[in-house]
Design a protein around this ligand. Structure first.
Ligand SMILES: Cc1cc2nc3c(=O)[nH]c(=O)nc-3n(C[C@H](O)[C@H](O)[C@H](O)COP(=O)(O)O)c2cc1C
Length: 197
């Protein structure tokens, strides 16, 4: 059976906030009999998009690397969950590299008009942004804009957007209020995923 939920951890740091949130989500999904896989993308070999135009002609990417199996996984999945640090009010560089590589899916749909992803399938997305600073107006704006576009590219309805701030002062594990918010949203997400069957 294909992996139901793809969990993408955009942080390079092991055992820090995004990593631990990813592990917690994976554990909860598994307890609910939902198959899942964590992608620690800083451990993966993902080439930068070079705008070569190959995908506009073929619908797939010319690079063969750790991104290659993900295209089919995005299609087969019931949902994608992305957890990323806020870097300069956006997502991390490696996550942006992954996002840019989904141009192959975008091009197959909108340029080639031969979709490499089933556009009629319902998939549900969740984005969790993690910032070190205390809250300020633009903290999550850049990342949110990019993620809105990414989830469209991989044909997920981005129903859940959750923000965690102030990790410089209080870690995810110490932040009871956030943990409750995450749990509540995750439970709703799990119900949504189960209803897709
Ligand atoms: C290069 C860099 C840029 C950052 N930029 C921001 C920022 O713009 N806003 C913010 O709130 N935190 C910023 N941070 C802090 C991280 O978002 C914070 O440490 C977060 O907890 C990292 O996720 P992790 O703990 O899962 O690795 C930045 C950190 C780094 C290393």
């Amino acid at each position: 059976m294909s992996t139901e939920i793809l969990i993408i951890n955009g942080s390079p740091r092991k055992n820090k906030n995004c990593f631990k949130i990813s592990e917690q989500i994976s554990k909860t999904l598994t307890e609910n009999n939902i198959s899942n896989k964590i992608f620690n993308i800083y451990d993966m070999n993902i080439e930068y998009c070079t705008a070569c135009g190959f995908c506009e002609k073929t619908g797939y990417c010319k690079f063969k690397d750790d991104m290659t199996p993900m295209y089919e996984m995005f299609d087969k999945a019931k949902g994608v969950i992305v957890i990323s640090p806020v870097n300069f009010d956006s997502i991390t560089a490696k996550l942006k590299t992954l996002v840019d590589r989904t141009q192959a899916i975008y091009a197959s749909k909108y340029i080639l008009k031969k979709p490499s992803i089933d556009r009629n399938k319902n998939r549900i997305g969740m984005y969790i942004a993690v910032g070190g600073s205390t809250p300020y107006e633009t903290q999550f704006m850049g990342g949110q804009i990019v993620m809105d576009f990414f989830f469209k590219s991989v044909n997920n309805k981005l129903k859940y957007n959750i923000y965690l701030n102030s990790t410089d002062k209080l870690t995810y594990e110490e932040n009871t209020e956030f943990k409750n918010i995450l749990n509540e949203n995750l439970n709703n997400y799990i119900n949504d995923i189960k209803e897709l069957d």
